[in-house]
Design a binder for this molecule. Sequence first.
Ligand SMILES: CC(=O)N[C@H]1[C@@H](OP(=O)(O)OP(=O)(O)OC[C@H]2O[C@@H](n3ccc(=O)[nH]c3=O)[C@H](O)[C@@H]2O)O[C@H](CO)[C@@H](O)[C@@H]1O
Length: 370
Amino acid sequence: MNEDKLKIIISGGGTGGHIFPAVAIANAIKKIKPDSSILFIGAEDRMEMQRVPQAGYEIIGLPIKGFYRKQLWKNIEVLWKILKSLSKAKKVIKNFQPDVVIGVGGFASGPTLKMAERLHIPTLIQEQNSYAGVTNKLLAKGASKICVAYQGMDRFFPAEKIILTGNPVRQDLLQSTYSKEDAKRSYNLDPNKPTVLIVGGSLGAQSINKCLLNAVEKMENSNIQYIWQTGKIYIDRIRKAVEGKSLKNIIITDFISDMAQAYAAADMIVSRAGAGSISEFCLLEKPVLLVPSPNVAEDHQTKNALALVNQKAALYVKDTELNEKLMPTIHSTITDKHLLQQLSNNIKTLALSDSANIIAHEILKLANKE
Ligand SMILES: CC(=O)N[C@H]1[C@@H](OP(=O)(O)OP(=O)(O)OC[C@H]2O[C@@H](n3ccc(=O)[nH]c3=O)[C@H](O)[C@@H]2O)O[C@H](CO)[C@@H](O)[C@@H]1O
């Protein structure tokens, strides 16, 4: 065995917001140490089991699940799965012998980092949000370093472990070479017409979808083009609802694999206010209208959104006001070139760049392999 070879385990997932920063960190490590070995640990039935192999990395699934908040009796099964996951994580770590174990939030990082801690392997946490997730809060005590994207995270974590790095963004988004016109053409859209990209986070957003379904005729008959990402679980219902309508102005898709292309095509974006998406908008200087999800812990998406809105770096519509405000706000924004430019200028000042690379160097320091 080559003792110098860097070995890293990255664990977590559940949503794109946890998975894609993890992939960006892995890519940054590989760039610095091309012969390093990186293994992912995810949750058996979650989206990381497809997205991580698509990004070129091996992943092992744990049988972990989240707690049921209503059917409490079902939690007996969850406890059993946690025990099984702890035991599987221990086996995987002992076999792989990593130098450092990284947790990016989501179910799988709990048992993995807990076991790494017990086996005296240094751990690093990456917290994407301005409000810390439960798993990360529990793991912080045993972690060596905690990389965050917002100020004031010492409310949740020991101050001496915190490093403000920003959220890692996938390298293909940052190095994109698509022109706006070509990107629009690739969607079969008119390269000369204004185009709005609507994204409901990595899983899609039911309330945004509902609002758009009511507006389909208006959207189709307007002078604006739309790329509408519905999320995997909503796509069948939406396709059925628009069946028979031959839509030319609206491209409907469940999940966008090439976000670089979608961002390039967009003159304006409507989006949930997930932390990873926001980091991407800042780095790509995109004018954005945020519709925070009301269904997340401590309403953290509203906090994410207001941090931008207060700097005039984004527009904001509440989820409860979608029906009255979404379409008029899209229309008044996309037709106002001055406003689009101002939003773009202001949002770029909030970007924290090079995050994945900075975190990769912190990992190398922990491994003593800088
Ligand atoms: C409902 C929920 O729990 N949301 C949380 C989840 O959001 P979510 O998983 O939506 O995550 P983010 O908004 O942070 O990031 C979404 C990521 O998915 C990518 N993407 C999105 C759509 C698509 O079709 N294709 C694609 O590749 C985006 O480019 C981005 O990289 O994690 C975030 C980061 O912890 C949190 O801030 C959010 O509150």
